[in-house]
Design a protein around this ligand. Structure first.
Ligand code: FMN
Length: 394
């Protein structure tokens, strides 16, 4: 399909259309362009009918990427976020935890929900349940190494039972197809160093109708130890026609650029490096677009982002759980800041939203008197920022 459309002012070209789609996406408007932009420019990608504004995604992290955090990441440049996994066990759907995870109020489209389980009909049910609650994309978890998931033969453990893994994918695709909902999947490179079956599985999943695959460059056996390797991701990308997303240890704009170049992947997915640093998405996407670094955020901006994040967080979890589960996020934001460790220890003792918010505001007010911006996370970014400052003051 030709990538242009007539408007009152004449014919819009691909660049203008994409800018418009990007703006609509950012402001969460119903995107007319989503359905028009069936073939994005070569350097961008679609998941089914959803055109994504850039190639930098936030990785699903149970207990971290809840709705408030996903929204923040999207606001700060992540083109795509998948919700924390929802179990396929029907008996758990009414629990507070699952219903919070299945709540997408105000979420920026496309709404993607990850499901995990071990039984094909139950996974198909879980997909249908989430589609009925607003999921526009269903993601199958074959990447999580957590015991809780794997002992029940789900998550990355599924990679060891290829027929079962395929049966699950086929059942979920069949449940989603009548609703026009694309199915994606996240997996590891394999079960162990001697059983790296990502390429074989990925081929089977593509043939079964999966529309995007994200690969974490570690085996199930590795957990989070050692370094992510990208050769298997390169091989998966070379074997498939559908988009492939590279994941694992991507923590800077340079690393994102290098992993994209090395693997030929269509996008990168960032997990742990976004904890307490959700602006990493705009830093990476700016660097990929321009080759230059954004300055690190102002202390005042980080204070505002964190206070807004806390308000959203309390709204979802209520005061008791909200204060407790917010502690880890606050800890990540201040981890590498002056006096951050002391502050964290004191803040962990506070038990109300008001006290927690006031302590955060005080800490950042104090910081503002000694520094204008938070330190750059990457040494290259730090160097470029210093050079920019020197040029402006010269
Ligand atoms: C706390 C935590 C929770 C995670 N939960 C999930 C999950 O629910 N589903 C999933 O597919 N991967 C999960 N992962 C794996 C991440 O999506 C990602 O693959 C992994 O952290 C490697 O990427 P990174 O090096 O950028 O962090 C989790 C990782 C962490 C650290």
């Amino acid at each position: 399909m030709a990538l242009s459309i007539k408007s009152k002012k004449g014919r819009l070209g691909p660049a203008q259309l994409f800018k418009a789609a990007e703006i609509l996406g950012r402001y969460n408007g119903p995107s007319l362009f989503k359905t028009i932009l069936l073939s994005p420019p070569a350097h961008l990608m679609n998941i089914g009918p959803y055109a994504l504004a850039n190639r930098v995604f936030v990785a699903p992290m149970a207990g971290v990427t809840d709705r408030p955090f996903r929204q923040l990441c999207k606001k700060l440049g992540a083109a795509y976020a998948v919700s924390e996994m929802v179990t396929s066990r029907r008996d758990l759907w009414d629990t507070l935890k699952t219903s919070r995870r299945a709540n997408h109020d105000g979420e920026v489209e496309p709404i993607a929900v990850q499901i995990a389980g071990t039984d094909a009909p139950m996974m198909a049910d879980a997909a249908a349940y989430n589609v009925a609650r607003g999921a526009q994309i269903i993601d199958i978890n074959m990447g999580c190494p957590a015991k809780k998931v794997c002992n029940k033969w789900a998550g990355s453990a599924l990679m060891q039972d290829e027929p079962l893994a395929l049966a699950i994918v086929q059942a979920v695709v069949a449940a989603c197809a009548p609703h026009g909902v694309p199915v994606t999947l996240k997996m590891r490179t394999g079960w162990s160093e001697s059983h790296k079956n990502a390429v074989r599985l990925a081929r089977m999943f593509e043939a079964a109708g999966v529309q995007m695959i994200a690969v974490h460059g570690r085996t199930r056996e590795q957990g989070y130890k050692g370094l992510a390797e990208y050769d298997t991701i390169t091989a998966v990308k070379a074997a498939l026609k559908i988009p492939v997303v590279a994941n694992g240890d991507i923590d800077s704009p340079e690393k994102a650029r290098d992993v994209l170049a090395l693997t030929g992947a269509d996008a990168v997915m960032v997990g742990r490096a976004a904890q307490g640093r959700p602006w990493i998405f705009r830093e990476i996407s700016h660097f990929l677009e321009t080759g230059t670094h954004l300055a690190p955020p102002l202390v005042a901006e980080v204070k505002r982002l964190l206070l807004d994040h806390l308000l959203d967080h309390y709204e979802l979890y209520g005061e008791f759980s909200g204060v407790r589960t917010a502690r880890k996020h606050i800890g990540w934001y201040v981890k590498s800041l002056p006096g951050g460790e002391d502050f964290r220890a004191r803040m962990n003792l506070l038990e109300s939203c008001d006290l927690q918010m006031a302590a955060v505001a005080d800490y950042f007010n104090g910081l503002e008197s000694s520094m204008d911006r938070v330190p750059a996370a990457s040494p290259y970014q730090a160097r470029q920022h210093t050079e920019q400052k020197e040029r402006t003051s010269a």
